[in-house]
Design a protein around this ligand. Structure first.
Ligand SMILES: Nc1ncnc2c1ncn2[C@@H]1O[C@H](COP(=O)(O)OP(=O)(O)OP(=O)(O)O)[C@@H](O)[C@H]1O
Ligand SMILES: [Zn+2]
Length: 426
């Protein structure tokens, strides 16, 4: 598609764009200025899953000039029921790349940045700072806090969505001078056992579609300045044009969607920014109090899928990720101690590992830290999920502080996910 701009600088970049975006440009309050704002705007979507796919689809179709997609995961068959930008031919492809491919087919004119790494405390600021608006389309509490804190730090609005089972939530955080942040609303994280993933709790695909679309809509409203508009009564009744997150006086609200309830949409009016909030409040002085927070620990730790996301600000040098352990094994001779019970070791194990059940190891760790020419210099402790191995590794260190020992983050489940997909998960 090729066409010249009719009026360079003052109009849309291409003549065809008038036809492409005409249906939205003729709306009252939108017009050419609205489309030009979209053309100049940049939005980053973190998570190209159930929420991210519909959000990305509408942002790209509407003509947002620059879109960033951040996701470290790859497309799986169980994603296709709701993650509508991916398809069967792209199974195994990084989600960010698959989503970018789909978006280019919708709109080849916009710039799309593809980031195939997990957002973590160490990369959040450089990855998010090029964009005007951040969309939280992720599914875990540590990333939600990290995104909120980074949005506050960078002074950007955060359009946050969540969906589980038949229900969803939508809220715009840190907007304007007094919009609250995620921490203002949720100073304490949910208990880890309540923060299940879609794989654990289930999700109806169309529910993520509702919330993801609304996230795109909120971003478009912020960019074009439509969020301050007072809806007419007819619009309020029809819901579709009612700003779900803002009342006419500008106060933020939390939209709750429950597909099986009547009415399915409810809004809860939110207070303004909390002065005592450690992130955005006056006393917190813009994330001052929570600098260097370990997001996984703050959210209760323990979930192996969180630990491997790399959300901790630099992991302790007493721990190792599955991919790093594989590199160490390839490069040199290492000792791997598997501390699971005998039956579990019998189900599957890393071939070169030795088996010492945790009880035996903890009962007398000195037996395993004796300098022995037969042992390689480095020892790694593994278990199923990465909890017992931490206990075992610290017992070994206590027995001999100069002993080099690390535990495998996320355990053998992480090994299966990140290194050897043929290793059974049970
Ligand atoms: N810290 C992070 N950085 C980048 N992407 C993230 C981060 N945390 C979560 N995500 C991504 O957010 C998306 C959430 O989407 P969703 O819950 O629909 O998918 P899922 O994790 O693939 O699903 P399931 O729970 O069924 O396995 C996932 O693609 C996940 O990889
Ligand atoms: Zn706050």
């Amino acid at each position: 598609m090729d066409s010249e701009s009719p009026a360079e600088g003052s109009g849309l970049a291409h003549l065809d764009d008038y036809r492409r975006y005409g249906r939205q440009m003729i709306l009252d309050g939108f017009g050419l200025p609205g489309q030009l704002k979209l053309q100049k705007a940049s939005v980053v979507v973190v998570g190209a899953g159930g929420l991210g796919c519909p959000a990305l689809q509408y942002l790209a179709a509407a003509g947002v000039g620059r879109i960033g997609i951040i996701d470290h995961d790859v497309v799986e068959l169980s994603n296709l029921q709701r993650q509508i930008l991916h398809n069967e031919s792209r199974l195994g492809m990084p989600k960010a790349q698959s989503a970018a491919t789909a978006l280019k087919e919708i709109n080849s004119r916009i710039r799309i940045d593809t980031i195939t790494e997990a957002l973590s405390a160490s990369n959040a600021v450089p990855l998010l700072s090029p964009y005007d608006i951040i969309l939280d389309c992720t599914d875990n509490a540590p990333t939600r806090y990290l995104l909120s804190d980074t949005a506050v730090h960078l002074g950007k609005p955060l359009v946050s969505g969540a969906a589980q089972k038949y229900d969803g939530q939508l809220c715009v955080y840190h907007l304007g001078d007094d919009g609250p942040c995620y921490r203002c609303l949720f100073p304490k994280p949910p208990a880890p056992e309540l923060a299940g993933s879609c794989a654990e709790t289930g999700i109806l695909g169309a529910v993520t579609g509702v919330i993801g679309n609304l996230q795109a809509l909120e971003a478009i409203k912020i960019i074009t300045g439509l969020h301050g508009e007072t809806p007419s009564n007819a619009c309020v009744a029809a819901y579709s044009l009612t700003p779900p997150c803002f009342f006419a006086d500008g106060n933020t609200s939390l939209l709750i969607y429950s597909a099986l309830s009547f009415p399915p949409f409810r809004s809860i009016r939110l207070r303004k920014r909390r002065p005592t909030c450690p992130a955005c409040g006056v006393e917190g002085q813009k994330v001052g109090k929570i600098k260097g927070v370990d997001y996984v620990q703050f959210c209760g730790g323990a979930r192996p899928d969180w630990e491997t996301l790399g959300l901790v600000p630099g992991i302790a040098d007493t721990r190792i990720r599955a991919s790093e352990l594989k590199s160490a094994m390839d490069a040199k001779d290492v000792r791997i101690i598997d501390v699971r019970p005998k039956t579990e070791y019998g189900i599957c194990h890393i071939p070169s590992s030795i088996h010492v059940p945790i009880n035996e190891l903890v009962a007398d760790p000195t037996k395993f830290v004796v300098p022995d020419a037969a042992y390689p210099a480095e020892t790694y402790v593994v278990c199923r999920l990465g909890n017992d191995s931490q206990i075992a590794a610290s017992a070994l260190r206590e027995a001999n502080p100069s002993f080099v020992v690390k535990d495998l983050i996320g355990g053998l489940q992480a090994w299966s996910r990140d290194v050897d997909s043929s290793f059974p998960i049970y």
